[in-house]
Each structure stands twice: as structure tokens, then as C-alpha cells.
Design a protein around this ligand. Structure first.
Ligand code: PGA
Length: 252
């Protein structure tokens, strides 16, 4: 049985004091999620990670939005896995479409990062998803298959199980135009099939989230689908009220 998961991707939002206020205010809702067997987390910016980690209940997963695959060195502006680990971070979001578009992050680079994270006993949250053009051409499945295969390249089934995947159609991110539950389920079931081809039964243990304009009002629809294990949420994860609404939607 895959455990439900909600992760808020804060992107480039919140100052450290704003992030701290969220962390201090989320205890009741995190307890409520835990009591219902749901994992919940947020992905603050690097400068907010410590503030959230130090002030949030220990059950709140705190994820970085990126990392480098090398442990140290001449990589100006980068953050390494040992740096994250030392401040208690054990999850990292990788391959988000915004990082792919604006920062040249490729699936192959994500694969290096995934391997480095797994070696450090950390959890990669690997994002995939197609553009509107690819969707309209009917090439979504071929596109995400390549992203998944490149991201998971060279891993064992034991390693693959430790990764969380998020399917986020780019045309649904921040647009208010969410994918229907049928489209989301169809693609996510397909992704699970690709994982099954490579890793066998381990695919049944890999959590796959939907992301793209998920709100408290539509999250239940996605959760009703057999292959969708939770949500990666941007805009609606920023405020405590709305985040609470998302958790309630996951509870059912
Ligand atoms: P959104 O973003 O919920 O604001 O559409 C989702 C994401 O980019 O992870």
C-alpha cells in the first residue's frame, strides 16, 4: 500500500521570516495528516530551509528545490548534498519543468543527482511532464517515457523504490488549467507501466504524484484515481489555510 503524499513546492516565494511563520503555524495540520497516514512536506528556497526545519514539527518533510551531484568544489552558486544533510534536509525536488526551462536541467543531470542522493540515503522527488505542444501532438507518453528512463538509468529496483515521481504537465502549471483526472491517471498509470518494465514489482511501491493547478477544490478528484498517490502543489501550498484544505482533500 503506497502512503499518500502532499508536497508544497514554494518555488521562489517566501522570505525566511514568512517561511518560519508557516512552520510555526502548521503543527495541528501536520499532526492531522500523520494521524490519517499521510506524508506532508514543503519545498522552501535554500535560504528558508533552516528556518522551516528548525521551527516545523519533525514530521513535516522539508525538501530542497535542487542540489548539485558533486559533494563540493568550484561550482559557484550551487548547493551540495552534504550541505543539505548537515541541516537535516533529506528530500530534494529534481527536474522541475521551470528548472529544465530556465536552468538547463536535463534528465541526464537529474540521473546524476538521483544517484548522489540515493548514495547519501536521501529521497529524490523527480518531476516529469510535457509542454502544451507535445500534449497537442499526442506525444505525451513518448516524452515522459524518455524523461523517466533517463532519470532512472542505471538504478536497481531497490534504488528505484526510494524515488518519488511527480507528473506535471507544463501546460497545467500555474495556469489554473489543471489536467482532468482521467488525463492525469492515464499518464501516471503509463509511467508506472514504464517503471514496471524496468523494475518489475518495485513499480507498485513507487509513489507518483500529480502536479499542475492542484487546489483544495480539485485534489480529491485526483486522489480518487488508482495510480495517483498524492500531489505536488505550487500556488495553493503557500498559505496555511489553503495547505490545510489540500490535506483535507487527501484525507478524503
Ligand atoms: P501550481 O504549480 O500548483 O502552482 O500549478 C505546481 C508545480 O509547479 O509544482
Amino acid at each position: 500500500m503506497r502512503k499518500k503524499l502532499l508536497v508544497g513546492n514554494w518555488k521562489m516565494n517566501k522570505t525566511p521570516s514568512e517561511a518560519k511563520a508557516f512552520a510555526l503555524g502548521c503543527k495541528d495540520m501536520v499532526d492531522y495528516a500523520v494521524a490519517h497516514g499521510i506524508d506532508v512536506g514543503v519545498g522552501p528556497t535554500f535560504v528558508c530551509l533552516a528556518a522551516v526545519k528548525e521551527n516545523a514539527p519533525k514530521d513535516l518533510i522539508v525538501a530542497a528545490q535542487n542540489c548539485h551531484f558533486k559533494p563540493n568544489g568550484a561550482y559557484t552558486g550551487e548547493i551540495s548534498i552534504p550541505m543539505l544533510k548537515e541541516i537535516g534536509i533529506s528530500w530534494v525536488i529534481l527536474g522541475h519543468s521551470e528548472r529544465r526551462e530556465y536552468n538547463g536541467e536535463t534528465s541526464k543531470v537529474c540521473n546524476e543527482k538521483i544517484k548522489a542522493l540515493l548514495a547519501a540515503d536521501m529521497t529524490p522527488l523527480y518531476c516529469c511532464g510535457e509542454s502544451l505542444e507535445t500534449f497537442e501532438k499526442g506525444e505525451t507518453k513518448a516524452w515522459v517515457k524518455t524523461q523517466i528512463e533517463e532519470g532512472f538509468e542505471g538504478l536497481t529496483a531497490e534504488e528505484a523504490k526510494k524515488i518519488v515521481v511527480a507528473y506535471e504537465p507544463i501546460w497545467a502549471i500555474g495556469t489554473g488549467k489543471s489536467a482532468t483526472k482521467e488525463i492525469a491517471e492515464d499518464t501516471i498509470a503509463f509511467i508506472r507501466g514504464v517503471l514496471r518494465d524496468h523494475f518489475g514489482a518495485a513499480a507498485e511501491e513507487i509513489r507518483i504524484l500529480y502536479g499542475g493547478s492542484v487546489k483544495p477544490g480539485n485534489v480529491r478528484e485526483y486522489m480518487s484515481q488508482p495510480d495517483i498517490d498524492g500531489a505536488l502543489v505550487g500556488g495553493a501550498s503557500l498559505e496555511l489555510d489553503s495547505y490545510k484544505g489540500l490535506i483535507e482533500g487527501l484525507v478524503g
